[in-house]
Ligand binder design. Structure first.
Ligand SMILES: [Zn+2]
Length: 139
């Protein structure tokens, strides 16, 4: 799939793909909010049990908070992705501006970066100058 020029121009297939991703993102957002609400309910319920169980509670509370943090991070990414859908920037890597592979968006509709940039970003061991990612593309 070649989408080099004018990714803001509405490709015929683009619009329906975007609404597909939008639906996925909104669904994910609802899942996350439901999950977070559920955890808060559980935590609130735990507050009412006997004091003997305090140690156990704080452990579970700790886990809940950690999970909530992760959920919160994803929720933020989901919201940002929805913003990009509104702006017409969706589906392009925020770093190299190449289109993100549909395969990747299918799994991670809130992905900000293409696989290559994500790998670079998550494994920044060498401080060397990056090669031109666009030129290195296998087009
Ligand atoms: Zn990229």
């Amino acid at each position: 799939m070649r989408m080099m020029a004018g990714r803001r121009e509405s490709a015929p297939s683009g619009a329906s793909a975007f609404s597909h991703y939008r639906a996925k993102l909104i669904e994910k957002r609802q899942d996350l909010m439901a999950a977070m609400g559920l955890k808060f309910d559980v935590m609130a319920g735990q507050g009412r049990v006997a004091e003997d169980d305090q140690a156990q509670i704080s452990h579970e509370e700790f886990i809940s908070l950690r999970l909530n943090k992760l959920d919160h991070d994803v929720l933020k990414l989901v919201n940002e992705a929805l913003d990009r859908l509104d702006n017409g920037d969706y589906g392009a890597c925020l770093r190299c501006e190449q289109p993100i592979a549909p395969r990747r968006l299918e799994v991670l509709p809130w992905a900000k970066y293409c696989v290559r940039c994500q790998e670079k970003l998550s494994s920044r061991h060498c401080g060397a100058e990056e090669p031109d990612l666009a030129a290195a593309g296998a087009r």
